[in-house]
Design a protein around this ligand. Structure first.
Ligand code: ADP
Ligand code: ZN
Length: 534
């Protein structure tokens, strides 16, 4: 005779096979499902594509009552429900795409218990009719998809997500709460638990490491030719090229097309019709190269994306990982290449200061958000400058443990030599210190290099002791050293919009001539290049 737990365990696998056609669970799925089935609040943090949906769908099917799934993505709801129907699961969605008539009818069916799993937009929750319905049935679980939307530190804060708790509290019986997101910074994690009031939840962060992705950062003088060359040397491969602005999307796409590449484009400035068409062309490999802004990708499940090239550095690691992660969903080896340029930092800073997404918040909150965004941009910039294992840097950012060496990123494959940079470090830090920690990176490096610029003269930096002290080095090299000093806290940068350089906590012993500083620099002129196989 089997006990209840064993029966449940068997059922879980049966449901997985019968409804989804899979034989085994992926990392973390089983633990999250078990947690929910035991009636515990559950919080799963997994990257895009890891398979979050079945973590709530399987318990949703197995539990007696109704599972409500709150998700902001209307287009996704439709697909999810269609997929459920195909698998023989009764599902429905309530959002603004329904006409009032359709909505009423769906509610009626729902009241009769027709649906097991119901997707709902957060704005609908406090709708009177919906509330009435929710109170009249057995809602056994409320699942919050894209749960990072409750956090103002998350990248897509939705004020309507703050109403979820109100909604839950109006129900007769408190349902199990489960939350899922691909955003894993500790601030967002805390916010989700706090704002949704998860009760002693099971929290699982998993699967951020996508071993099949090769990560690389390049700083080319000519980004376009890197892209073109990559495409030419990887014939038949499908990939996405992300650009920061619509204008760049247009330029890059047009040029590729003129040079015979089957490319298409996607950004928010195109008509719905064209976006749909271009998206389809890409998905069905009519045009295997997609040039797009970050508007492209949400809810797109194309498994055979072989590479993702970022033409510009994105605004933070979350965006980068999500966008890069669209490569290699089929588990095949895939390349994620970031083309860094100093201008990218400036463009992102501009977006942060403009912040027209947060118009409904008051100024104090907006400044807090800007400050966060500046910090996140800084972390993103460090990613582009580090000579350590890129995967290690990323996984640590997302709160996962990682060995220091992955063997599948550009830094792990590049041979470095240690160079003593103590003298240069002292000169840069000395200049920052003696000029009163008042100036930004460009001015300080100009001064140390001995450039005769208008700002250098205006700030009297040409009279500084360190003026011209590194005139034998290139500004590019000085920039590299400065980035290293920032990355390793010999220097800091203020969090306001001026990014003023400050002396960092690790500078003391170096300035006191007690410690030396060494920096890894690539040995060969050309970094090692790895080709995607298969
Ligand atoms: P997420 O919501 O985490 O981005 P999805 O739930 O959309 O990811 O799942 C991504 C893909 O992985 C889907 O095609 C899904 O069917 C598939 N998938 C999920 N779980 C499994 C599994 N255990 N075995 C095989 N494929 C799975
Ligand atoms: Zn590595």
């Amino acid at each position: 005779i089997k006990n209840e737990a064993q029966v449940m365990n068997d059922n879980k696998y049966k449901v997985l096979k019968r409804y989804f056609g899979y034989d085994s669970f992926r990392e973390g799925q089983e633990l999250l499902i078990d947690s929910i089935l035991q009636g515990r609040d559950t919080f799963g943090i997994m990257p895009t594509g890891a398979g979050k949906s079945i973590c709530y769908q399987i318990p949703g099917i197995m539990m007696e009552g109704i599972t409500l799934v709150i998700t902001p993505l209307i287009s996704l709801m439709k697909d999810q429900v269609a997929a459920l129907k195909e698998a023989g699961i009764r599902g429905a969605y309530f959002n603004s795409s329904l006409t009032p008539g359709q909505y009423r009818k769906a509610l009626e069916y729902a009241k009769k218990g027709t649906y097991k799993i119901i997707y709902v937009a957060p704005e609908r929750l406090m709708n009177r009719e919906f509330l009435e319905f929710a109170k009249s049935v057995n809602i056994e679980m409320v699942t919050v998809d894209e749960a990072h939307c409750v956090s103002q530190w998350g990248q897509d804060f939705r004020p309507s997500y703050l109403k979820i708790l109100d909604f839950v509290e109006q129900l007769e019986k408190r349902p199990i709460l489960s939350a899922f997101t691909a955003t894993a910074t500790s601030q967002v994690k805390e916010d989700v638990i706090r704002i949704l009031r998860l009760k002693n939840p099971t929290v699982l962060t998993t699967g951020f490491d996508r071993k099949n992705l090769f990560f690389s950062v390049q700083k080319p003088a000519n980004k376009y030719s890197v892209v073109k060359n990559y495409i030419d040397t990887h014939p038949g491969k499908s990939g996405i090229i992300y650009c920061l602005t619509r204008k760049l999307v247009e330029e890059v796409c047009q040029r590729l097309c003129e040079e015979g590449v089957a490319a298409t484009r996607y950004h928010a400035g195109l008509s719905d019709e064209e976006r749909r068409q271009n998206q389809d062309d890409f998905i069905y490999d009519v045009k295997p190269i997609m040039v797009a802004t970050n508007a492209f990708g949400m809810g797109i499940d194309k498994s055979n994306v072989n590479f993702v090239i970022h033409y510009n550095m994105p605004k933070n690691m979350e965006s980068y990982y999500q966008e890069a992660g669209r490569a290699g969903r089929d588990g095949e080896k895939a390349d994620c290449i970031l083309l860094y340029g100093g201008k990218d930092v400036v463009t992102n800073q501009f977006f942060i200061e403009k912040d027209n997404e947060n118009e409904d918040l008051d100024e104090e909150e907006r400044e807090l958000i800007r400050e966060r965004d500046r910090q996140r941009l800084k972390k993103m910039t460090f990613y582009c400058h580090t000579n350590e294992c890129l995967r290690n840097y990323m996984l640590r950012y997302f709160g996962e443990k990682s060995p220091g060496y992955c063997g599948n990123c550009i830094n792990c494959l590049t041979q470095f030599e240690e160079r003593d940079i103590t003298r240069t470090a002292r000169h840069i830090i000395g200049c920052v210190d003696s000029s009163g920690e008042r100036y930004g990176l460009v001015v300080v490096l100009d001064a140390v290099h001995g450039n005769d610029t208008e700002k250098v003269r205006r700030y009297h930096l040409d009279e500084n002791d360190y003026y011209g002290s590194e005139s034998d080095k290139s500004v590019r090299y000085l920039r590299q050293v400065a980035d290293f000093l920032l990355l390793n806290e010999y220097l800091l940068q203020s969090d306001d919009r001026y990014s003023v350089l400050q002396v960092g906590p690790k500078a003391g012993p170096v300035m006191a001539r007690q410690e030396t500083v060494t920096m890894k620099i690539p040995k060969e002129k050309e970094p090692a290049v790895r080709r995607a196989k298969g």
